[in-house]
Design a protein around this ligand. Structure first.
Ligand code: UT7
Length: 329
């Protein structure tokens, strides 16, 4: 009997309408379009004016169910990867399930900064492989604008709001999630974090005055690790599956900085036109980046295509997935 694998059987994304362009940011902080584009690759990002991460997630999951032709009550599990939960608890996954009527599902949040979507996809695929669950939604949803300091030019240029979702179902025809490499190193916590609001530094007047509820990033340190580590894991998962750049249809990287994506593609010998890149339009949407890429590229994907997903984020956390795409659009 062939092995059960977790196949992506549908994908959908959602970004809010409001566009925050580089020209807009020029009016808010000391920056310029040329610097932002050349250092990051971002031209504009989307901002959710009203609502929370769950609202972004709801739109992505609703679209996913419509596309696949299923009722939300058929979902048996939903994992939400987010760095910007609606509240510390209950889980944003629970809120999304309630809003869409996923009455037969259980779920929880995965918090692994920008690697959350990838970690959650691997977790969900294990439930599918075990045979315990048949329809699992993984949604990456982040309202990054809720934790970005729009007076800090080093971070506000990077991030945007958005969500993407995938449906995982069992398959025995050889497609689906084939292999993964996941890593983390907590000593990287000093370089990228949101300091206050947790049990270490609960909210006080002082934490607010000191802007400690916003993202802090030591850009150069994170950049250095991201370039090396993201490429390391992509290379590792390819090597142990005897894959070369020629075998790969698409690299689906976390959209942190265009220069990081280019370096990763270069390391695994892949033409840049085989790399999904939408950082120019959406910026870094944290857990939304990878599923938003899949959503945008869905019409180009063919059954059996080899995809490598790769990510790096706060924690530090990083990882890579090798999967075979399971359907023609
Ligand atoms: O997704 C999670 C993981 N995150 C990442 O992977 C992000 C990794 N880091 C980065 O993408 C980059 O480090 C940044 C985009 C954050 C910064 O780019 P950089 O090339 O590393 O710039 P830098 O920090 O070395 O700064 C170079 C110069 C500095 O000026 P001086 O000291 O050379 O005079 C900065 O003050 O650019 C200045 N600068 C800016 N100038 C115009 C910093 N931000 C800006 C800005 N506009 N927005």
């Amino acid at each position: 009997m062939s092995e059960i694998k977790a196949a992506i059987t549908a994908v959908h994304g959602y970004v809010p309408d409001h566009v925050l362009s580089n020209a807009d940011l020029e009016k808010m902080v000391d920056t310029n379009d040329e610097w932002i584009k050349s250092r990051t690759g971002v031209s504009e990002r989307r901002i959710l004016k009203e609502g929370a991460s769950s609202d972004l997630g709801v739109e992505a999951v609703k679209g996913l169910c419509e596309k696949r032709g299923i009722d939300p009550s058929e979902i048996d599990m939903l994992i939400c990867a987010t760095a910007t939960p609606d509240m510390l608890f209950p889980a944003t996954a629970n809120i999304i399930m309630d809003k869409i009527g996923a009455v037969n599902a259980f779920g929880y949040d995965v918090m692994a900064a920008c690697s959350g979507f990838l970690y959650a996809t691997v977790t969900a695929s294990k439930y599918i492989e075990s045979g315990s669950h048949k329809k699992i939604v993984v949604v990456g949803a982040d309202k990054m604008s809720s934790i970005v300091d729009y007076t800090d030019r080093t971070t506000c240029i990077l991030f945007g709001d958005g969500a993407g979702a995938i449906l995982l179902e069992p398959t025995e025809d050889g497609d689906g999630v084939i292999d993964s490499v996941l890593r983390s190193d907590g000593s990287g916590r000093d370089h990228l974090y949101q300091k206050a609001g947790g049990s270490l530094y609960p909210a006080t007047h002082e934490t607010i005055d000191n802007k400690e509820h916003f993202i802090y990033q030591s850009g150069q340190a994170v950049f250095k690790f991201a370039v090396t580590k993201m490429a390391d894991v992509a290379e590792e998962v390819m090597k142990r599956n005897n894959l070369t750049g020629d075998d790969i249809a698409w690299l689906v990287p976390h959209q942190a900085n265009r220069r990081i994506l280019e370096a990763a593609a270069n390391r695994i010998d892949l033409d840049i036109d085989k790399v999904m890149i939408n950082i120019n339009k959406f910026g870094n949407t944290t857990n939304g980046t990878i599923p938003l890429c899949l959503w945008e590229w869905e019409s180009k994907l063919k059954k059996g295509d080899n995809l490598i997903m790769a990510t790096f984020g706060g924690g530090f956390t990083w990882g890579s997935i090798y999967l075979k795409w399971a359907y023609d659009n």
